[in-house]
Design a protein around this ligand. Structure first.
Ligand SMILES: C[S@@+](CC[C@H](N)C(=O)[O-])C[C@H]1O[C@@H](n2cnc3c(N)ncnc32)[C@H](O)[C@@H]1O
Length: 308
């Protein structure tokens, strides 16, 4: 794989992130970009639609933010830096309102900001949880019977943090709608072009996020050069990043009753005029097995995604 002048790796027609760039993005102080605005607008619109649709019913409506941050996001768009309201703050401002909020976060400084945010809303029921998102979500899913509760969950990790077993626990509730910002760049970065570069950590990370080791067979094949030179050069990835994302979609569609096609979010530009590396793939998944419920939820989500 060669490098273009911007330092990105060229894979087919697209510029993909190399490791240094990915690490910069993963840094806790890094700025969000156009993708931040898109994911937050999708979430905000869905939260209003969800509460409006259920406002005449007796369900307790929960909002769960599993990678909650601080309530504010620093973003840089076309060189201009600004701060916008983050997911937790947007959820608190939703009207009609949720009955209860769970904010999960790992970092101490961010937890302090979330507690301060909670203090701005003394009339709301807010639980700030210091934990790894996977552990906290599994506990929360087991805490309710999910007969009289309905929830929206935002999964907004920087990288390959959401375990498949967590998604299984969420799907099992039959009552949680999920917005999942899938770490597309994390996926193609871990799935090295040359299988020799796949170390145990990378393999474990891919299996943890995808919930199967079938990715190995799906993504890799014997290097066609092997036969040519009479030597075994090992396996190479024979799928491009789009095909890898199709594998992700297939996995999610096998777990949840309804899943939208992903909206790919890029490093710069916007969804209509994308440029730069593909960073994330925004999915909506409904866990309610009732066709009427998940049909309506995905219709609302698709309508929102179409406007962004
Ligand atoms: C992309 S930011 C979230 C931004 C936030 N959703 C918003 O829109 O304002 C990801 C957050 O996840 C936190 N984080 C990273 N790993 C985590 C984990 N395993 N469990 C919970 N939080 C984690 C980071 O500290 C960071 O604040």
């Amino acid at each position: 794989m060669r490098k273009n002048p911007m330092g990105k790796l060229i894979d087919g027609d697209d510029s993909l992130l190399d490791n240094d760039e990915f690490d910069k993005l993963d840094d806790q102080h890094s700025f969000g970009g156009p993708w931040t605005r898109i994911k937050l607008e999708a979430l905000e619109k869905y939260l209003v639609a969800f509460n409006t649709a259920l406002s005449k019913q007796s369900f307790t409506r929960l909002y769960i933010d599993a990678f909650a941050g601080t309530g504010r996001c620093d973003i840089k768009v076309e060189g201009e830096k600004k701060t916008v309201d983050g997911s937790a703050r947007r959820a608190l401002a939703t009207n009609p309102a949720f009955h209860k909020f769970y904010f999960i976060e790992l970092r101490t400084k961010k937890l302090a900001a979330l507690n301060a945010l909670g203090a701005e809303y003394p009339d709301k029921t807010i639980e700030v949880i210091k934990s790894d998102a996977n552990a906290a979500l599994k506990t929360l899913c087991g805490r309710y019977q999910w007969r009289s509760e309905r929830a929206v969950l935002f999964l907004d990790p920087f990288g390959m943090h959401v375990e498949w077993s967590t998604l299984e626990a969420i799907a099992k509730t039959g009552a949680v709608d999920v917005w999942y910002l899938f770490p597309y760049a994390g996926l193609y970065r871990q799935a090295a072009k040359n299988a020799d570069a796949l170390d145990a950590d990378k393999e474990a990370s891919l299996t943890r996020v995808l919930g199967t080791d079938e990715w190995r067979q799906a993504f890799y094949a014997q290097n066609p050069q092997s036969d040519l030179f009479g030597s075994n050069n090992g396996d190479v990835r024979n799928t491009d990043h789009r095909q890898m994302l199709q594998f992700v979609s297939k996995r999610l569609k096998g777990l949840f009753p309804a899943v939208t096609d992903p909206k790919v979010l890029y490093q710069s530009g916007d969804a209509k005029n994308p440029s730069g590396a593909p960073l994330f793939a925004l999915y909506f998944a409904a866990s309610n097995p009732a066709p009427k419920a998940h049909g309506l939820a995905t219709k609302i989500a698709n309508d929102i995604l179409d406007t962004l």
